[in-house]
Design a protein around this ligand. Structure first.
Ligand SMILES: Nc1ncnc2c1ncn2[C@@H]1O[C@H](COP(=O)(O)OP(=O)(O)OP(=O)(O)O)[C@@H](O)[C@H]1O
Ligand SMILES: [Mg+2]
Length: 511
């Protein structure tokens, strides 16, 4: 890495109605470096990146880019993504932007089609894609349909797309939030390979360990401003956490031993098939008691998603019974489950968690809007709906201008907080939390972990599914390991070690 700059942005200011998202931000990127950008949910990271990529135009500020022509940094105007791409900027967004029904090749070519005369030169394009995937050892079949691919591969496609357009500055907005640890390792390998070839990378993440492991420099933002820039050698996890949040953060929740009571959820012999009619959950049985957290550990793709979907009524199952507080639940009936006392923090916040076009107030009553106090008969009660939202936004520290803005305008982490707030604020006996803190900053994770333990201590049964082993180890009282659709081991959390869990998750029976 050299000291020479690839990008320098000065004095960027961006206002949205009621929000100062970027407040005179200065940020620079050296050639061939990995520069991590950290900050609380809503701090303004994605906004800054969207400005650099030409999606938003700043109210104030200047851009300087070195386009490798030998003349050093030049002042440039970036008014659209097309400008940004021409200047060598590529971006992989927090929520992917691929067209699900198109093939890998079609998605990569989209917007930069190679033409021969009037017709598309698909062959040349595919050859170029193959060369890129080989160079970086990133497997991706150009003919595969994007929606059939695991998220890790979809992300690879986004990166290949940026490289296909000759990006020399690559923005990765929370690329590891949806990846398994193995996929994340693979991404880091590709990132290093890219920087060796002179590409400069801006890397956004909430995982402090990752930042310390792979960043050359780290810049922290808080409430629209840059707090400072540091290096892994000069700081630590707790140092970064307090720089981000402005106070000390407990990175591990404090909790007493569980006092399990009666069985709340009894899952009996559940077998679930996927779209290909393969048994992805195979005869799974377990119980969750009042006052305990049962954690399900496993590498993503071992049936956890389908198991949770079946339990929460979003997916049908082939065999098995679900018994909630002694009553058998009908399959595929989410409303029945909700009325029987189930809360659900879903894995995919956009698909199952929020209606993005609705206001925060309406999103906060998605499962209770027809009940008092939010409605009397068929009459809605807007005042109660508004007050409820106001209270939740304050209590869960959701950074938003107010309850009437649409959910789509919130930062990713704040969207997640709205879902968690809604689900943890209803009187329920059973909580299913699937990746509850994905995309949340360390301060919010601390808060939500405390809330979950508090709910446990009040006698709620909690089923926690998480790809973060640290999260499972810190919250769960008992841990079940899922592998190839089955529960291969169950143990007390106090007895579990990371090594043993890791082995079980990888399918080893030695334990
Ligand atoms: N299109 C928009 N319209 C209105 N407000 C917006 C819009 N985009 C972002 N904001 C607001 O700007 C602020 C910064 O949001 P941004 O998405 O940049 O945060 P972030 O640092 O990326 O957070 P996260 O870690 O949660 O992704 C937030 O308060 C958000 O609500
Ligand atoms: Mg963001």
């Amino acid at each position: 890495m050299s000291e020479a700059l690839a990008l320098d942005v000065r004095n960027i200011t961006k206002r949205f109605p009621g929000v100062l998202a970027n407040d005179h931000v200065n940020f620079n990127l050296r050639k061939g470096e990995i520069h991590a950008l950290l900050g609380e949910n809503g701090a303004g990271k994605s906004t800054l990146m969207n400005i650099i990529y030409g999606l938003y135009s700043p109210d104030e500020g200047e851009f300087y880019i070195d386009n490798d022509s030998g003349s050093g940094l030049q002042k440039v105007e970036i008014e659209s993504p097309l400008d940004a791409i021409q200047m060598g900027v590529g971006m992989v967004h927090q929520h992917f932007m691929l067209v699900p029904v198109f093939t890998v090749a079609e998605n990569i070519m989209l917007g930069s089609e190679i033409t021969r005369g009037l017709s598309l030169d698909q062959r040349t394009a595919e050859k170029k894609i193959r060369e890129l995937t080989q160079e970086y050892n990133m497997e991706a079949d150009p003919h595969a349909i994007v929606e059939d691919l695991p998220v890790g591969v979809q992300q690879r496609v986004e990166i290949i797309k940026a490289l296909y357009r000759r990006a020399r500055i690559l923005v990765l907005d929370e690329p590891t939030a949806v990846l398994t640890p193995q996929e994340a390792e693979d991404l880091f390998r590709v990132m290093h390979q890219l920087t060796e070839r002179g590409v400069s990378i801006i890397f956004i993440t909430h995982k402090l360990k990752e930042v310390l492991a792979i960043a050359d420099r780290i810049t922290v933002m808080r409430r629209g401003q840059v707090v400072g820039t540091t290096t892994p050698a000069e700081t630590s996890e707790s140092g970064l956490a307090s720089m981000m949040v402005g106070r000390e953060v407990l990175l591990q929740v404090e909790k007493g031993p569980a006092a399990p009571g009666k069985v709340i959820m009894d899952v009996q012999g559940l077998t679930v098939v996927d779209e290909r009619k393969i048994d992805v959950v195979n005869n799974v049985s377990f119980q969750v008691r009042a006052g305990e957290v049962l954690g399900i550990a496993g590498v993503q793709g071992n049936g956890q998603t389908e198991l949770v979907e079946a339990i929460t009524g979003l997916r049908s199952y082939k065999y098995g019974r679900l018994i909630l507080e002694g009553k058998e639940m009908p399959p595929t009936n989410p409303r029945h489950l909700v009325e029987a006392g189930m809360a659900h923090i879903p894995e995919d916040r956009h698909k199952h968690g929020l209606v993005l076009a609705y206001s925060l107030a309406d999103n906060a009553v998605l499962c209770t809007y027809y009940q008092p106090p939010f409605a009397t008969g068929v009459q809605r009660n807007p005042k109660a709906i508004l007050e409820n939202a106001q209270e939740l936004l304050t209590r869960f520290d959701v950074r938003a201008p107010g309850p009437m803005v649409s959910a789509s305008t919130l930062s990713g982490g704040n969207q997640q907080k709205v879902i968690v707030a809604r689900e943890l604020s209803r009187p329920v006996c059973f909580l299913v939390a699937n990746q509850p803190t994905r995309g949340l900053d360390v301060g919010s994770i601390e808060y939500i972990h405390r809330e979950i333990i508090e709910m446990r201590d009040k006698g709620m049964a909690v089923l926690l599914v998480s790809a973060e082993l640290d999260e499972i180890m810190s919250l769960a009282d008992r841990i079940a390991v899922m592998y190839h659709g089955q529960i291969v081991a169950t143990m007390e959390a106090t007895q579990a070690t990371k090594e043993e869990l890791g082995l079980l998750m990888a399918g080893s029976s030695r334990a």
